[in-house]
Design a protein around this ligand. Structure first.
Ligand code: FES
Ligand SMILES: [Fe+2]
Length: 381
């Protein structure tokens, strides 16, 4: 690839060969030993399956006729065809070629002639999977860690009266670190000047505490004309935000009235899926001249806000990150002056956590790109 602004520098460096903070952050993965949201539960109906990827590793997720979600590696043990080319029958995922079928534990059943053998015990890896907040989560890392590490708690979305909320999901052509930097770096308000999701970008605090980067901004949230009309700001005015890169998640809290949680899925080195949940305190949504609206109306208004504001606003980020990725691949060796301490702090945390993961993998003797699989060796010889 050539470009008028300089010779082709070749592909960006691997993590091991990266020479500076930005190069390292753009080559880092996310630690698989966490729960990652992959899809909205409503989009995976009974008897259906979907393919998801975590850092290039394909996972088949399927919902049996009993309503329970299961996940296994997306590979038939027989000839390595993707199981998502097949179908779900009852509570098993069936390969389209010879009809081998798999349960949620990855155990195969062979339906055809066994040529005088006893049915062999063949398995593929299963992947821990759970549902919460209307989302399907998988745990791509060590299943034993999944037993002790929980999906992050969002009490406002649980119980009999969850806060009015909206889910916004995008697939984005960019490295996951670009998105995480984007959501907390308010200097990109220029991109959103039509919607004005925030006004003022005074960073009051940026502090790394363990596996979190905490930020405090003085900024009027929801400053656009439409949003301003429908947000009841209460006494605080909704002009102070606490935001957090709570590895590997991101969330914000504006004076306990407006909150969001972001789940990022690193699909591969240049694609990510992100699922936002925006939620507002009941009573923080109003109709002009009428004051706060009942919860059922607030729920409907959140759905409308998703269409009128959140989706178009976040589409701008998706668009610009696609271009940032292109720029990165073409000019990764050029200096990229960074003024924001937020971006640097985020990159440092991403890098440190990836180094810790690599070190852990080395000690365990596992390779990061090949999570342990259950072998089927005796028939493979
Ligand atoms: S390839 Fe899957 S059953 Fe043969
Ligand atoms: Fe943005």
């Amino acid at each position: 690839m050539t470009d008028s602004s300089g010779p082709d520098p070749g592909p960006p460096p691997s993590f091991e060969h990266a020479r500076n903070r930005r190069q390292k952050a753009r080559a880092a993965g996310l630690d698989p030993d966490y729960w990652y949201a992959v899809e909205q539960s409503s989009r995976l109906r009974k008897g259906k399956h979907l393919e998801t990827k975590f850092m290039g590793r394909s996972i088949a997720v399927f919902r049996g006729q009993d309503g329970r979600v299961r996940a296994v590696e997306n590979r038939c043990a027989h000839r390595h065809i993707k199981l998502t080319e097949g179908e779900v029958v009852d509570c098993r995922l069936v390969c389209p070629y010879h009809g081998w079928s798999y349960d949620g534990e990855g155990r195969a059943h062979i339906p055809h002639d066994l040529f005088g053998r006893k049915e062999p015990d063949i398995r593929i890896a299963s992947v821990p999977v759970r549902e919460r907040y209307g989302l399907v989560f998988v745990f791509p890392g060590d299943p034993e860690v999944a037993e002790v590490r929980d999906i992050p708690s969002i009490p406002e979305l649980e119980g009999p009266a969850p806060w009015p909320h909206a889910i916004v999901q995008f697939d984005c052509s960019g490295h996951h670190s670009m998105l995480l930097e984007n959501v907390s770096d308010f200097t990109h308000g220029f991109l959103h000047r039509k919607f004005q999701p925030f006004e003022g970008t005074d960073l009051r605090r940026c502090e790394t505490i363990g596996d979190r980067v905490e930020l405090e901004y003085d900024s009027k949230i929801g400053a656009g004309r439409l949003q301003d009309m429908f947000i009841d700001r209460g006494e605080g005015g909704c002009d102070h935000m606490l935001a957090c890169y709570d590895y590997p998640y991101h969330w914000s809290n504006t004076q306990d009235r407006i909150k969001h949680f972001l789940f990022t899925l690193p699909v591969d080195e240049s694609h990510n899926r992100h699922i936002f949940i925006f939620y507002l305190r009941p009573g923080a949504i109003r109709l002009p001249g009428l004051g706060p609206v009942p919860r059922v109306v607030a729920d409907t208004m959140m759905k409308l806000t998703r269409l009128t504001t959140l989706q178009p606003l976040l589409s701008q980020d998706v668009w610009v990150i696609g271009h940032e990725q292109e720029g990165w691949e073409r000019h990764w060796d050029r200096p990229a002056p960074e003024l924001s301490p937020v971006v640097k702090a985020f990159q440092d945390l991403t890098i440190r956590k990836w180094e810790e993961y690599l070190e852990r993998s080395r000690r365990k003797g596992t390779r990061r790109d090949a999570p342990p699989l259950v072998p089927t060796e005796e028939l493979a010889r």
